[in-house]
Design a binder for this molecule. Structure first.
Ligand code: SF4
Ligand code: SF4
Length: 121
């Protein structure tokens, strides 16, 4: 399940084309997931794994329009908030990160559009 506080409203950008790492230090249990070695060789060499994905690069746990492992998704999925990312980083910096391939442009745009839904905005 994605962060329940984000009004994703059918958006599944985070579940497509992203490397969701498993973080033991955040309480993730690797044995509960189908995983691949991380796509970045340096991380894979350290034993870091990411959720397995389908040939179209969508997460193996993505159903027709939402996550199928509600409540059991890894910490990164449960904690990520595109609004918070753009607000804290700043839109210009986030766009630059997207241009470098560090973020998906769609997530930056979506986060910007949803900032007004943050309670502390
Ligand atoms: S980009 Fe934002 S709205 Fe879309 S799935 Fe990710 S967290 Fe949800
Ligand atoms: S585990 Fe669920 S929320 Fe996380 S990327 Fe996969 S489908 Fe999306």
């Amino acid at each position: 399940m994605k962060n329940v506080f984000v009004p994703c409203d059918g958006c599944t950008l985070c579940c497509r084309g992203n490397a969701i790492s498993i973080h033991l230090e955040l309480g993730d249990d690797t044995s509960r997931y189908q995983t691949f070695p991380h796509y970045i060789p340096e991380l894979a060499e350290k034993g870091i794994v990411m959720l397995a994905h389908n040939p179209d690069r969508s997460c193996i746990y993505l159903g027709a329009d939402s996550c199928t492992i509600h409540g059991d998704a890894p910490a990164l999925c449960r904690e990520f908030d595109c609004r918070r990312l753009v607000k804290d980083m700043g839109y210009t910096k986030a766009r630059k990160a997207a241009k470098k391939g560090l973020l998906k442009p769609g997530i930056v745009t979506r986060g910007l559009n949803l900032i007004p839904t943050l309670n502390d905005f």
